[in-house]
Design a binder for this molecule. Sequence first.
Ligand SMILES: Cc1cc2nc3c(=O)[nH]c(=O)nc-3n(C[C@H](O)[C@H](O)[C@H](O)COP(=O)(O)O)c2cc1C
Length: 153
Amino acid sequence: MNWLALAYSSVPTRPMSATDLGNLLLQARMFNASQGVSGVLLYDSERFLQYLEGPPDGVQRVWDRVSASPRHRELHVLWREPIDTRLFADWQMGCLEAPASLLQRLANEQWRIAQAVAERRQPLSPALALLRQFASGDQREALGKNSGSPLIL
Ligand SMILES: Cc1cc2nc3c(=O)[nH]c(=O)nc-3n(C[C@H](O)[C@H](O)[C@H](O)COP(=O)(O)O)c2cc1C
């Protein structure tokens, strides 16, 4: 167990412009890179869902910054668990516009890998499988997002 994964959802305090989001990501990516942390941020203008993974100390330091930000509220940790294998090692905090239906599903899905493995003999939990599928582009159309440019920043 070398890595820690953490996923949470939150609500923007006020709507964020593309410039706000761009500035946030610029700072986030710099700090995350210094901590060896990677992941993805989904945004649908009413809700954020962020997935972080990396060295436990690094993820904790990033989380300290995330949870101190006045730009969002109602932070709800969906999952926090050691993982053996990184799923988003190449993602320097990608930011994707996601349909509300996806964020809703992810917020309600089962995240725990250990439980998924024990109960369903699957390597990933349903939430992680869904997140990875969406991030890799496989499911965007199925989820009602036409091709366009879902990678907003
Ligand atoms: C949705 C959201 C995601 C964030 N993700 C990260 C992150 O991945 N890494 C990080 O260092 N900070 C993250 N932050 C915190 C911002 O980077 C932080 O607010 C920024 O450093 C600017 O600080 P300020 O708001 O005090 O100006 C996040 C904040 C929000 C609202």
